[in-house]
Design a protein around this ligand. Structure first.
Ligand SMILES: *Cc1c(COP(=O)(O)O)cnc(C)c1O
Length: 252
């Protein structure tokens, strides 16, 4: 099932159809992850699922949270902050939800990221990192960050070039209020498994290379890659976190 039905159920006591749909979709994505891990000889617990809820409302987040999902990804900061606050003020409490920013961040928006998010996946400039570290409040846990790498050298995409990655990683790793957790990629779409695999393997190689050259290598444990269309190839190459939107919430 990929799209959310809009009709209300005839029986008001029945769960809303979008809830059924989201929990069914979530179970199907977990099954894809489980199979991909088995095929790659990896533990199913080695891969985390980030539910990308961008463009969907707080009720979609609540439906997924009710089905056990804890980590949510958002791209657009204004939309995200409103949604985070809406979920936090609900009478039923969803303790332990994690919010991941996966969209581009301009310097005038770093305060919102520092205040409201647990993770940022798209860090690609030292200036942004320094602002975030300065703005992260002392009573909050350090902000978890992944460096976004531009794997295809596309002008249209953000991300640090592979040649500049190590310098950026070493500079970010010593910022006090950030915790450098790994790398993130959004490769150009590829339709066949082998070419998806090749670009994910190249990212994995960069990940391993950077890891050996950091002051705290054990913190560098996250390879954020793979989306609805290519999560199998990403898991095969060593992804530890797949970011899935449409396969859970429907087409945007
Ligand atoms: C939207 C988005 C996703 C989810 O994409 P789907 O194809 O809907 O699974 C993952 N990562 C990023 C950075 C996104 O912007």
């Amino acid at each position: 099932m990929t799209s959310l039905p809009t009709a209300l159920p005839a029986d008001p006591a029945a769960p809303a159809p979008d809830r059924i749909c989201i929990s069914t979709n979530l179970a199907a994505v977990h099954e894809r992850i489980r199979r991909a891990c088995a095929a790659a000889g990896r533990e199913a617990t080695a891969v985390h699922l980030l539910a990308v809820s961008k463009t969907f409302g707080a009720e979609a987040v609540v439906a997924a949270a009710a089905a056990g999902q804890q980590a949510f990804g958002e791209n657009y900061l204004q939309e995200a902050v409103a949604k985070i606050q809406a979920v936090q003020t609900l009478p039923q409490s969803f303790a332990g939800l994690e919010w991941h920013c996966i969209g581009p961040v301009q310097s005038n928006k770093t305060k919102l990221v520092a205040a409201h998010f647990d993770w940022l996946h798209t860090l690609d400039r030292l200036k942004i990192a320094e602002r975030l570290s300065a703005q992260r409040a002392a009573d909050q846990a350090p902000l978890n960050v992944c460096l976004q790498v531009n794997m295809d050298g596309e002008d249209s995409k953000s991300g640090v070039a592979p040649q500049a990655l190590l310098d950026l990683a070493q500079a970010v790793a010593v910022l006090p209020r950030l915790r450098l957790r790994g790398l993130m990629t959004i490769p150009a779409p590829r339709t066949d498994f082998q070419s998806q695999l090749a670009v994910h393997q190249a990212a994995r190689a960069l990940f391993e290379q950077v890891k050996t050259q950091l002051p705290v290598p054990h913190d560098f444990d996250t390879l954020s890659m793979g989306m609805s269309a290519d999560l199998e190839a990403a898991i095969h190459a060593g992804s530890t976190l797949v970011r899935v939107g449409s396969a859970i919430f429907g087409q945007r």
